[in-house]
Design a protein around this ligand. Structure first.
Ligand code: ADP
Ligand code: MG
Length: 243
């Protein structure tokens, strides 16, 4: 979408983008050898964006997601989250900001096998110290939103891959994060189930304005996102929108 048109139309635009990366680099030193993984990434994500990051295996997608999600820090460059520079923040401040800002979804679901679906969903609230009864109610609401209300008492082992990913999405969103970060969310699913999961994310974006960043190496998944970026050898680019 064109920013000038937005302003001309009087669309409400928050003063700050949700996040901004300026020339972000990440390298690893192994003995004397320094390997550059991210080589000057520039990215601005606005509230309500649905953005894909596509790239082949090893191109730096997860490294970038870890930096965006405050699980890792850039070696060089600037990262502003809601206008605040994270470079000066300590680890405690970062983890508080991470919990408030991001919901994570991974390829392999990362559900705890011994906890029921609703208990997995409620876990972030338990870590925050929220009362169990209220947490259970919130978890059940979230499961309903992802179409899993009737599976609340099931263990992950009793659910299909697509159902597990729905539970993982409910867990990611239960704390009302600003941004959903999904690293290959359809990577372990068959094509049809993957489409259902993408449709769920697209629906949450469209109906609730959920900001979502979807990492994928699947062109079909990337195409479903309004904004599409590519990463190759640690360099991110955003081709003009395809017709
Ligand atoms: P992708 O998610 O696109 O498959 P990654 O971001 O996981 O790629 O990894 C990009 C590159 O960074 C790979 O070559 C990987 O081996 C390397 N890499 C990732 N983590 C580390 C690390 N902790 N130390 C050294 N190299 C790493
Ligand atoms: Mg990866």
């Amino acid at each position: 979408m064109n920013e000038e048109q937005d302003r001309a139309n009087g669309a409400a635009r928050p003063a700050e983008p949700a996040l901004r990366l300026v020339d972000v680099r990440r390298s690893y030193a192994t003995g004397p050898v320094v390997t550059e993984i991210l080589r000057g990434v520039r990215l601005e994500v606005n509230h309500g964006d649905l953005l894909s990051i596509m790239g082949p295996s090893g191109s730096g997608k997860s490294t970038l997601m870890n930096i965006i999600g405050l699980l890792d820090r850039p070696t060089e460059g600037q990262y502003l989250l809601k206008g605040a520079e994270i470079g000066a923040m300590g680890d405690r401040e970062l983890s508080a900001l991470r919990n408030a800002s991001f919901g994570f979804v991974f390829q392999s679901f990362h559900l705890l096998a011994r906890l029921r679906a609703w208990e997995n969903v409620a876990l972030p609230l338990v870590y925050r110290g929220e009362a169990t009864a209220a947490g259970r109610r919130r978890a059940l609401e979230m499961l309903d939103r992802v179409g899993m209300a009737d599976r609340a008492d099931h263990l992950p082992g009793e659910l299909s891959g697509g159902q597990r990913q729905r539970v993982a999405i409910a867990r990611a969103l239960v704390g009302e994060p600003d941004i959903l970060l999904a690293d290959e969310p359809t990577g372990a699913l068959d094509a049809e189930t993957g489409r259902e999961i993408m449709n769920l994310i697209i629906e949450l974006n469209a109906s609730e304005g959920l900001t979502a960043i979807i990492i994928t190496h699947d062109r079909g998944v990337a195409r479903q996102c309004a904004r599409r970026t590519r990463i190759l050898n640690g360099v991110l680019s955003e081709p003009a929108a395809e017709a």
